[in-house]
Write a protein that binds this ligand. Structure first.
Ligand code: 5AD
Ligand code: SF4
Length: 467
């Protein structure tokens, strides 16, 4: 018997890349590949890349430099290693990648992962293997579903792509160019995928998409379903204990989504709702198509529907022309909302986007200083939010054994890691936990009797300096 071929996939960037990496592994399992955690033993290495900011994009080329040495070393020992670049850098740069890094054998854009076996065969036959078209065939019809063992091995929380691409064209963002126009999968396909995951032990489903709440797929009744309608249906799937979705655009928050938060216990009260800036002039220059006050009103609608809801967000500092005064409007918005968590980035010009042509740039020291101020405000809000959990009893979905013997780690509704001493058969269950302390970002607690839940402190009442 020949030993199986080994596959190593290194993913950068967003959750969609994590999901795509699994689909690529499932496709290549059909070709006899098993996954390895070590790039050095692999026969095929795939770099699943991210193009969102320059730093993310440049990481690929430094990794390719390292892989060139490993590939040459393997060749000296008579072993052929293939290297593929997938993801958004592949899509944006196409065969330019092979010109810049001849070590690369295959370049494959996100819409063509179902063609990986053919591309691999082509490259092994010495032919060019670059595919970055937006094909007319729907890759989801060709990508195989994972085997039961693969689902079990990946744990109790899984991502499911419900839509891809984005039509919003924020002026700083490459996504509409790398992932293409917004396309939603039919609800039936999503429901089947979720059922299969739940039948194999998955208890938490995160629906993902570049603009997930723009979802408008064909429903089981032949009508177009918005995301809220899909969530109601998925909440009925036996075994699904928790539902989440990411990433949302404020403009696409509709009544069905708000109602889903009001009605569905399985839908977690934690929403990632990027706002990017608190200045209306900058929001307009970003083509976000909402103002800071529109955003506040949307947050209020969620809060009215579900009192314990909390928010996370993305911010960009130093967008072209951002003044100190406009930056302080961002700080003011953050203070007003009170986030449970947030990501903030320095603006990075992306080739081909309208903002990259804007001439009024913000200096590097100003950007650094603004980023530091924003991050310190967000950190203080996050710490206050985490500290507020101490003394309460909250539901935790247990995921896996922790590093410390006898401890099991799970997550709260707000994705805070929570550690308790508990038997391993608790994995996959939601249990009440009395939170006793906070260690960095992790909560420590004890299993509590059923019915001991206290209602979490509404995020709105948290102040950044602590309760
Ligand atoms: N520069 C900096 N940050 C960016 N993002 C997207 N494009 C850029 C860019 N050109 C950030 C946004 C987005 C998150 C995924 O990445 O905040 O919400
Ligand atoms: Fe990019 Fe999100 Fe704007 Fe779409 S909505 S263009 S993905 S930042």
């Amino acid at each position: 018997m020949t030993s199986p071929k080994k596959l190593h996939i290194k993913s950068y960037g967003c959750q969609m890349n994590v999901y795509d990496a699994q689909r690529m592994a499932d496709t290549l399992a059909g070709e006899g590949f098993v996954e390895t955690a070590e790039a050095d033993d692999a026969d095929l290495v795939i770099l699943n890349t991210c193009h969102i900011r320059e730093k993310a994009s440049e990481k690929v080329f430094s990794e390719l430099g390292r892989l060139r040495v490993a590939k040459d070393e393997a060749a000296r020992r008579g072993r052929q290693v293939s290297i593929a670049v997938a993801g958004c850098v592949a899509q944006a740069e196409g065969d330019e990648i092979i010109r810049r890094a001849p070590v690369v054998d295959i370049v494959v854009g996100p819409q063509s992962y179902h063609h990986l076996p053919t591309l691999l065969a082509r490259s092994r036959a010495g032919e060019a293997a670059v595919e970055t078209e937006f094909p007319v065939d729907d890759k989801f019809n060709f990508l195989p579903q994972p085997k039961a063992e693969a689902i079990r091995a990946r744990g109790i929380s899984a991502f499911v792509t419900v839509q891809e691409g984005c039509d919003k064209f924020c002026t700083f963002c490459v996504v509409p160019y790398t992932r293409g126009a917004e396309v939603s999968r039919p609800a039936e396909k999503i429901i089947d995928e979720v059922k299969r995951l739940a039948d194999n032990g998955v208890r938490e489903i995160t629906l993902i998409g570049q603009n997930v709440n723009a979802y408008h797929g064909e429903g089981e009744d032949g009508r177009t379903w918005p995301l809220g309608r899909l969530l109601y249906r998925l909440a009925e799937v036996p075994g699904v204990l928790r539902l989440r979705y990411s990433t949302s655009h404020p403009l696409d928050v509709d009544d069905s989504l708000i109602a889903a938060h009001r009605d569905l216990k399985a839908l977690m009260p934690f929403v990632h709702l990027p706002v990017q800036s608190g200045s209306d002039r900058i929001l307009a220059a970003m083509n976000r198509r909402h103002t800071a006050s529109d955003y506040l009103k949307i947050v209020e609608r969620f809060r009215t529907a579900r009192q314990d809801i909390a928010f996370s967000s993305d911010f960009i500092v130093g967008f072209p022309g951002e003044t100190e005064c406009e930056f302080t409007e961002t700080l003011a918005l953050v203070t007003e909302i009170g986030y449970a968590a947030a990501y903030s980035f320095k603006y990075s010009p992306r080739p081909g986007t309208p903002a990259a042509e804007m001439r009024e740039t913000v200096s590097a020291p100003d950007m650094d200083e603004r980023l530091a101020r924003l991050q310190s405000l967000i950190d203080s809000q996050q710490s206050a939010f985490n500290r507020a959990a101490i003394g309460s009893t909250v539901e935790v979905l247990f995921e896996r054994a922790a590093r410390k013997d006898g401890q099991i780690v799970g997550r709260t509704a707000y994705l805070q890691p929570a550690h308790v001493m508990a038997p391993p058969d608790i994995i996959g269950q939601v249990k009440p936990v009395r939170i006793e302390s906070l260690e960095r970002y992790s909560l420590l607690g004890e299993l509590a009797p059923i019915g001991a839940l206290t209602s979490p402190q509404p995020a709105a009442s948290l102040s950044p300096t602590g309760a």
